[in-house]
Write a protein that binds this ligand. Structure first.
Ligand code: PA5
Length: 475
């Protein structure tokens, strides 16, 4: 993507928080005084992130990903070129932060029916991300791909995730049965030296592998090889993606909330959460952006949902992310947002220029209720509905704000991802929690190990047997 200075300016994404303010929402809005009184905490959060950026020991290596990957990017582009030549299918096996980014970028930047396009119209192989262990899904994927012609990218930072390792066992067994040398059809993205994928690679005699560095946690890893390799295979301009992230990093240098969009979003959300707005709805008005909501849901939920502060005080903070799609969910959830409890902040993702306009032809001239649509475009219709929904929510006194993307492309998506990552980092710092851990998911993981007989979990297995369902409560 050619990015002249003028083009960069045209493509800058912006945050419009008009509809969060008391000027437009009356007593349901946030006053200037309230915002100003949070300048200090925002400044401290900004300082925490600025001072610790790049520190692996604090899992803040993600802040440097837009700047420190020149060699890796060159290697990824070369590998992607070879994959495109050699394979008909590219399958990511991973879960959580090792899957949501690749799904999001694929959907945002490729044709919405990419896999159905003929090969000549696709930039790369057919693409699938398998982020579940639903047995039907696994079997039905295997019904449609030819494993011999498939490159499997196994992504697991820990190399210890049962779901991903189970998938690996299935595909490596199939590859062997087909007489394929497994290492020819797999690429690992994992830790430099720890975890089972490293051991497997050694056993297989060296698998092409990309390193997910220590300081980058799963949900902050989309701009690392976790996201960059799948994106490059799809022909996505990963350099522009990283440039977009760097641009947003630059826009967010100031400790002043009025000059730093991510810090403003974090402060608004922090104020709203303190005021009982426990639900955060992300509502893109774009099918291309719909999986940004899934990616963001993990980032926001896993990072902020914590029960203890950094100095050991109980807290139970967080905001429940809800995914909605404009306009589809206007016909499903917006009734609740407009008239239900005052417990939400709605964030719209709005697009200035869609890559297609889809003109609506004139017709049904004798039926004015239909004919008024003729002569417009679907772009104009979706934008009008976006504006109208924000207006209706505002009239009903509901907090909402808009992140505006002039277009959906690599450069704007890079900005958006970095904006959300910084917003999450700032908000976590304001709550004084560990934004980068996820102790709450460990208990379930260990119980699964116990149920499946993993050595070392015998005690827990006995405890689980006792905690089985009580027939008194089954109807
Ligand atoms: O954000 C996180 O760290 C998690 O959601 C992980 O991405 C997820 O649990 C998968 O872990 P791994 O990449 O180690 O397989």
């Amino acid at each position: 993507m050619k990015l002249t200075e003028t083009r960069r300016k045209e493509l800058r994404i912006s945050v419009d928080y008009t509809n969060m303010t008391d000027k437009y929402l009356g007593d349901k809005g946030i006053s200037q005084k309230t915002l100003d009184s949070h300048k200090k905490i925002a400044k401290a959060a900004h300082a925490y992130v600025a001072e610790n950026r790049g520190k692996d020991e604090l899992f803040m290596g993600w802040t440097e990903l837009p700047y420190n990957q020149d060699e890796i990017v060159a290697d990824i582009l070369e590998t992607a070129k070879n994959i495109r030549k050699k394979f008909e299918y590219f399958v990511v096996l991973g879960i959580g932060g090792s899957a949501l980014g690749p799904i999001m970028a694929f959907n945002a930047l490729c044709h919405l029916h990419y896999n159905e396009l003929p090969r000549s119209k696709r930039k790369g192989p057919k693409f699938y991300v398998e982020d579940n262990v639903d047995p039907v899904r696994m079997k039905e994927l295997l019904d449609i791909i030819d494993v011999k012609k498939t490159c499997f990218n196994i992504i697991s930072k820990s190399g210890a995730t049962s779901e991903t390792m189970a998938q690996y066992l299935i595909i490596s067994d199939l590859l062997k049965k087909e007489g394929v040398d497994v290492k020819e059809n797999v690429i690992f993205t994992t830790d430099a030296s720890r975890g089972n994928l490293v051991k497997i690679s050694n056993e297989l005699g060296g698998v092409k592998s990309y390193v997910l560095t220590d300081g980058v946690g799963g949900r902050f890893s989309e701009l690392s090889p976790v996201g960059l390799l799948p994106a490059a295979v799809l022909g996505i301009d990963i350099k522009a993606l990283l440039k977009g992230a760097a641009a947003m990093d630059k826009f967010c240098k100031s400790p002043d909330i009025y000059k730093n969009p991510a810090l403003m979003c974090a402060t608004l959300q922090y104020i709203a959460i303190q005021d009982g707005k426990n639900i955060g709805v992300l509502m893109p008005y774009s099918d291309n952006l719909r999986y940004v909501s899934d990616w963001f849901a993990q980032l926001w939920a896993e990072s902020l949902g914590k029960n203890v502060t950094l100095d050991g005080k109980p807290c139970h903070v967080g905001q429940t992310p809800v995914k909605a799609l404009g306009v589809t969910d206007q016909h499903s959830q917006v009734q609740l947002y407009t008239e239900g409890p005052y417990d939400k902040v709605v964030t719209f993702l709005s697009v200035g220029s869609y890559k297609e306009k889809s003109p609506i032809p004139h017709g049904c001239e004798n039926i004015p209720d239909v004919s008024f649509l003729g002569g417009h475009t679907m772009e104009k219709l979706i934008q009008a509905e976006n504006v109208a929904t924000a207006y209706a929510l505002t009239k009903a006194g509901r907090l909402n704000y808009t992140i505006f993307l002039p277009e959906v492309n690599e450069y704007t998506l890079g900005q958006l991802l970095f904006l959300f990552e910084l917003q999450t980092a700032y908000t976590g710092a304001m709550f004084n929690i560990d934004t980068y851990n996820q102790p709450g998911v460990e208990a379930g993981k260990k119980a699964t190990f116990a149920l499946l007989g993993k050595p070392g979990y015998e005690l827990q297995r006995r405890d689980l047997a006792k905690a089985a369902s009580d027939p008194d409560y089954i109807i």
